[in-house]
Design a protein around this ligand. Structure first.
Ligand SMILES: Cc1ncc(COP(=O)(O)O)c(C=O)c1O
Length: 443
């Protein structure tokens, strides 16, 4: 294939201003960009993005926790090209090689007992599909979600997400009920861990007994909340909650859209760090490392209950996305990303903790592997969220060539969820820029 076959206006060299002008005229204004002066990215390599002026940025946010293999990984790009030259699409009404190879790969890396997958196009769809299956299997409408969690943008997944990300009428027709998450920095019970008896986890029993018919279809939680601001409960939280979920006949869904594929270090899935065996895990983001794909993996008896009519998705399981996801899994294995995420994650966390000693704006440093958060506060005693300062920190970092994410209900948490291709040198440089940004806003 030659470049001249590519539409000319895709190949043209635009200025940032030209593209922003096109967006202003033709894009739905709801599509918002980060930064006062949005950036136009044109290239990427490893954990580095390049803008239209040739300026380079270390990317500690990976799009939104998505490009797990970094940019332009040769194996990833070659696999996509190879598949595109053969068959981009046919539906799952027909068998294709990439879909079959991918689900075999997933069974090989999924937590114990989970061997059957269904592939869709995004995290929201994956969660929808998993919940549909859980309700069908249990015959129960009630779903328990965690406060401050985020599960997507479809009608049901919005209702599972905490206020602020929900933006739908409050009627709760969907049977969704909320239980506290283990957010120790801002404990909803005003307690301190350890020594708190994990009231946040035990409260689930109260929620089920007072707000359901004493039985539930499913409990859904992220092992570490991502959008919620990198909130990681103590491991006991999950063990206690899991026991209660089972007592009331529910399925445990671990939403691994952000925590999956080695991001938390050493293991493929976040839930494997806390000794709980989920019934279903939901996947997206790093699954395709940028190519849209989502899905779930579950136990055979749950999958058997799911019928063809329940499971159709026009683009779900398409050859191009599945081939890309197979390459992603292989790259993670071949490049030892699991170990790398743990080693480099520890390195980064230590450096962030050192920054915390020097900067009073840092209230908390938390997370695991390559999923770390820095909660910014105006005052360490009152813990008033540093919302404006967060925006200033982001702007400073952008100026100096560092991309970070933001999260939390108050948008005062720096989210660091980089490609796993990140290097120690990039960590040093990123921490130096972050340190300067904190000094600047503390003045
Ligand atoms: C934990 C979790 N679940 C589900 C979703 C929804 O995924 P998507 O945006 O691909 O629909 C997200 C997105 O941020 C997420 O973080």
């Amino acid at each position: 294939m030659t470049d001249d076959l590519v539409p000319e206006d895709l190949r043209k060299e635009y200025t940032r201003e030209e593209i922003l002008e096109l967006e202003k005229k033709f894009l739905a204004p709801a599509v918002g960009h980060y930064y006062q002066d949005p950036v136009l990215f044109v290239n990427g390599e490893g954990a580095v993005l390049e803008d239209s002026s040739g300026k380079k940025y270390i990317d500690l946010f990976a799009g939104i926790c998505t490009t797990i293999t970094g940019y332009n990984h040769p194996k990833y790009v070659s696999t996509i090209k190879w598949q595109a030259e053969r068959l981009v699409y046919t539906s799952s009404l027909y068998a294709t090689i990439p879909y079959a190879v991918l689900v075999k790969r997933l069974a090989g890396i999924a937590p114990k007992g989970l061997s059957r997958s269904f592939i869709v196009n995004s995290g929201s769809e994956a969660v929808e599909a998993a919940l549909f299956m859980a309700r069908k299997f249990t015959g129960n409408p009630y779903i328990i979600a965690c406060q401050r969690g985020y599960h997507g943008r479809t009608t049901l997944t919005r209702e599972l997400s905490s206020a602020g990300w929900r933006t739908v009428p409050e009627a709760h027709p969907s049977g969704v009920r909320f239980t506290p998450f283990g957010y120790c920095y801002r404990c909803p019970f005003g307690k301190e861990h350890p020594g708190c008896d994990m009231e946040c986890a035990r409260y689930l029993r109260e929620v089920i007994r007072t707000q359901t018919n004493n039985a539930i279809a499913a409990f859904i939680a992220e092992p570490i909340q991502g959008v919620g601001g990198i909130v990681q409960p103590p491991a006991e939280y999950f063990k206690i909650v899991h026991e209660i979920v089972k007592e009331f006949g529910g399925l445990y869904i671990s939403d691994e859209v952000q925590t999956g594929f080695g991001r938390t270090g050493d293991k493929w899935w976040g839930i494997q760090h806390v000794g709980v065996e989920p019934d279903i895990i939901t996947l997206a983001k790093g699954f395709g490392s940028g190519i849209p794909i989502g899905g779930f993996v579950t136990r055979p008896e749950l999958a058997d209950d799911y019928t063809t009519a329940d499971a159709f998705a026009t683009f779900g399981g398409n050859p191009l996305s599945c081939a890309a996801a197979v390459a992603v899994i292989d790259i993670i294995q071949e490049s030892n990303y699991l170990e790398r995420a743990s080693k480099l994650g520890n390195e980064l966390k230590k450096k962030l903790q050192a920054l915390q000693e020097d900067h009073k704006i840092i209230g908390d440093v938390r997370g695991q592997g390559m999923m770390l958060g820095i909660e910014l506060v105006r005052d360490r005693e009152t813990k008033e969220p540093a919302i404006q300062e967060m925006l200033q920190v982001m702007e400073h970092c952008r100026e100096k060539g560092l991309l970070i994410g933001k999260g939390g209900l108050d948008n005062n948490v720096v989210r660091l969820q980089p490609p796993l291709e990140l290097t120690s040198e990039q960590i040093d440089e990123a921490c130096s820029i972050l340190g300067d940004a904190f000094s600047k806003v503390e003045k």
